[in-house]
Ligand binder design. Sequence first.
Ligand code: KIV
Length: 309
Amino acid sequence: MQHGSLPPAPTPSAADPATGTPAAPAAKAPAEKAQQSLYGGVTSRRVTVRDLAGAKRRGERWPMLTAYDAPTAAIFDEAGIPVLLVGDSAGNCHLGYENTVPVTMDEMVMMSASVVRGTKRALIVADLPFGSYQESPQQALHNAVRLMKEAGVGAVKLEGGERSAAATELMVQAGVPVMAHLGLTPQSVHAFGGYPVQGRGDEAAHQLLRDAKTAEAAGAFALVLEAVPAELAAQVTASLHIPTVGIGAGAGCDAQVLVWTDMAGLTGGRVPSFVKQYADLRSTLGDAARAFSADVIGAAFPAEEHTFH
Ligand code: KIV
């Protein structure tokens, strides 16, 4: 099934196993189709990692967006985005840091909890920020448990393949669903000396393939591939049973993720060339603020209809 055939949001006519309400007979064929797709069928619970495994088996593509607060997450949930990532991209896209490195566990817990509160259906995945899992597998498990117990997320993400395999294994054994992240791993910005494309050349490509296989063997349920050549991402995708989630990794991945402030045109300054911008919120909000300011200065606001007597 192709991406375009995903139902955009839960439909009231689909059979609801929680209430037993049957689907209308005329809607039977689409409902049957919807039962099979990631965001159709059962509307009374969140998407799970099992649903994502099913989508991979069916060849069904799915979208993921980042979210950092409740109202934005609610909009994306209602729009039918099945997986939301509380990414540590919040560092530069939401919290005003230069990059992801300074983001703390307390900040991740606070943002993740608000995203969980704002949503009903999406699987919420939270990033383990820099310094919260590299010391030991036990440190990783401790912080993943914080994100699950204090914020209520359904899964965590960490960067690295072979270097994070022991941490992934321990978390998975403890019942924590883990998403891995390879290629351009932004927490290593200082080691990379910027944000260069990864996996170019035979040696780097082989290492990335080894990292991907290791992450899968360690129990990861999905794998983000960031800024890698499309041919390599397609090769990794074909060689894994778990879904790959591409960002700047071409069309051959099972899923695609974008940072929401980039895709909605809220980010100031330069955005990566792999981003497609679907809105221009920076202009929209700027125009609204300027119009409000002009109304206040010109005494056009508040008008009679905004006034109590
Ligand atoms: O932090 C983040 O938003 C991410 C995505 C770019 C995948 O890791």
